[in-house]
Design a protein around this ligand. Sequence first.
Ligand SMILES: *Cc1c(COP(=O)(O)O)cnc(C)c1O
Length: 338
Amino acid sequence: MDLSRFPRRVYTHGATPLEFMPRFTRALGGPQVWIKRDDMLGLAPGGNKTRKLEFLVADALAQGADTLVTCGAPQSNHCRITLTAARREGLKCRFVIEERVPNSYRVDASGNHFLFRLLGVDGITVVPAGTNMREAMQRVADEVAAAGGKAYVISGGGSNALGGLGYVACAQELQQQFYEQGVRIDRVVVGSGSSGTHGGLLAGFLGNRIGIPIVGIGVSRDPADQDPLVHQEAQAVADLLGLDMTVPREAVLTFGDYWRPKYSIPNTKMVEAVQMLARTEGILLDPVYTGKVMAGLIGLTRAGYFRADENVLFLHTGGATALHAYEPQVLGDAPVAE
Ligand SMILES: *Cc1c(COP(=O)(O)O)cnc(C)c1O
């Protein structure tokens, strides 16, 4: 599919590595596990939001915006990467931060929040859990307009049809790598949150006739709530591409369980997964997303869901910066939920 007709800023040079993980595979004792290193995308340090922002920021510039407005949780990777893109482009950047866990916002917090300050964010509005984020961002955009500026509002996680194109690009990059490296992948495991990653990848796989099933691991919702979001995103991306295709409901698959007790709250399976990958392969996961997604891969392997002769690809979406906001939990020095 021709993505070159969409305006795009290039924040990563070349493809992110596709690698086999021999020591992790041995420790797991299940399928052959491969990793797509989207934690090595651009925008210091990058992650899955980098791919979405290549299209979203290009659109903001085309519309003549001078300020990016977006939203997220107090340790949002999406906010950090959006701010980094803003700095790269000479734009201003403002956040609406949703305190999903009450009293979790701290001005002196480490991790991503420290980087918000180091990168010189132009404004943070903190709102309580359950706030209508679209409206809250619009109020910030109105303030920007009242001061003579022009805001471009980026939805949570950069997940809309345009942002989802970033993961269509990833699907095409993977297809090329499978071919060049002679790799046959049986299933892909991906984190499923605001769903631009999962939905975009799915649209890219369907549109390019890549017949590899995608297994989503919910980071904040069980399948009854998550699957419709992913389906809607995949359909929106397919429509934007003019694919003239109805995304089959059964192409969307997610698992819940691993995100509990709550989005961003550490649990023992996440700690095991983060330690295991760090200590077998020297690769850093994050406590909020990829640690729980890898816990899903490990848990599904132990439950017999993946066969030993399968090649399973784990999509690493980044986020390690947030480790610093959870150091004692991740080291096992502070208690975490079951
Ligand atoms: C945002 C994020 C995700 C989830 O991706 P969505 O596109 O929102 O579903 C996964 N991993 C990391 C590290 C993230 O920052």
